[in-house]
Design a protein around this ligand. Structure first.
Ligand code: ADP
Ligand code: MG
Length: 318
């Protein structure tokens, strides 16, 4: 009947007085990269922990591959989960860490999908270096490699880019891209709109434990909004942008311009400005993510889909 990889149905979870998840329903289908997006305290980690059988629901259900999750469910063997920071033995190489971990879990390394894991993690020759010498981002990639050894059909990642610098975040984004190309289904959480926007095919937006909206990224955030730009020559920028079909109203604000986008992405605006030889000092969304959530909450108390767009969060470095 249903072949959803993940199905959360009217899930409630409270810890004593604290209500962490309230009436949450969503599903993830095979091949999707779904972002669970919400500010800190929204209930993302709790939802993922219930899904991994680490917490028992107060009410409602969480199912994997069509089967309700219970602690020790067989379906969990088909999932690679990173819901806590991965720990490694620092004075051993990345490769030895992978091998020991795999063998400690009862496998022989020749049965592990080492080639795929190493290919996707892309650590190159660093795999033979001591983990002690790894950056945070490299450790995170080694963590991915470890998850991939067992050929999981679903990856569940709680804030996989937390604590990483922008370059490392880009690496993780590429890594998830390679995973997707291999046909993996991914459910990841994040509190950065711009990050999920670039990584995910689908979004589930939550706040205060509740679903705000869900759908494809393009239907929620992909094609509209407004950006703030600062360039070395504002009037020339105005002329360049005025000629673009994707641009609506343009208004001056402080040293820059607020540019309404009818359709298209921030990167299109950046490309046009670069193309005209302008120096772009800043190109940023006009609203913070928190504002966006508040706005959505006020607009959709019942949790229906948004009428328009979700403003973007983070500053983009073009
Ligand atoms: N084990 C717990 N005991 C008590 N409260 C908890 C526990 N885990 C989470 N919470 C609370 O539940 C709410 C949601 O937390 P969490 O799921 O961690 O949100 P997120 O991952 O979106 O930041 C928060 O108010 C948090 O303090
Ligand atoms: Mg969390």
């Amino acid at each position: 009947m249903t072949d959803s990889v993940v199905r959360v149905d009217q899930l409630w979870k409270s810890f004593g007085e604290v209500s962490a998840v309230e009436d949450l329903s969503f599903s993830v289908e095979r091949g999707q990269v779904c972002g669970l997006l919400g500010p800190n305290g929204a209930g993302k980690t709790t939802s993922l922990r219930v899904l991994m059988g680490l917490e028992r629901p107060s009410r409602g259900t969480a199912a994997l591959f069509g089967t309700e999750v219970r602690p020790g469910s067989r379906e969990l063997l088909r999932v690679g989960a990173m819901v806590e920071q991965a720990a490694f033995v620092p004075h051993l190489s990345g490769m030895l860490n992978l091998r020991l971990w795999w063998e400690a879990h009862g496998g022989h390394i020749r049965d592990a999908d080492l080639d795929t894991a190493l290919g996707i993690a892309d650590l190159g020759t660093a795999i033979d270096r001591k983990v002690r010498t790894y950056s945070q981002g490299m450790k995170q990639r080694l963590g991915f490699a470890r998850l991939l050894l067992a050929r999981p059909e679903l990856l569940v990642l709680d804030e996989p880019t937390n604590g990483l610098d922008p370059g490392e975040i880009r690496d993780i984004r590429e890594l998830i891209g390679r995973l997707t190309a291999e046909g993996a289904t991914v459910l990841l959480s994040s509190h950065h709109l711009s990050e999920v926007e670039q990584t995910c095919s689908h979004l589930v937006v939550m706040n205060h434990g509740r679903l705000i909206t869900s759908g494809t990224v393009s239907s929620l955030v992909g094609t509209a909004g407004s950006v703030y730009v600062e360039v070395d020559d504002r009037e020339r920028a105005r002329a360049v942008l005025d000629a673009l079909a994707i641009v609506g109203k343009i208004a001056s604000q402080g040293d820059g311009l607020v540019v309404d986008l009818r359709d298209g992405r921030r990167s299109d605006v950046a490309a046009a400005l670069f193309g005209a030889g302008l120096r772009v000092e800043t190109i940023a969304p006009t609203q913070q993510l928190e504002d966006a959530f508040l706005e959505l909450l006020e607009m959709q108390p019942g949790g229906a889909g948004p009428a328009g767009s979700l403003p973007r969060a983070e500053q983009e470095t073009p």
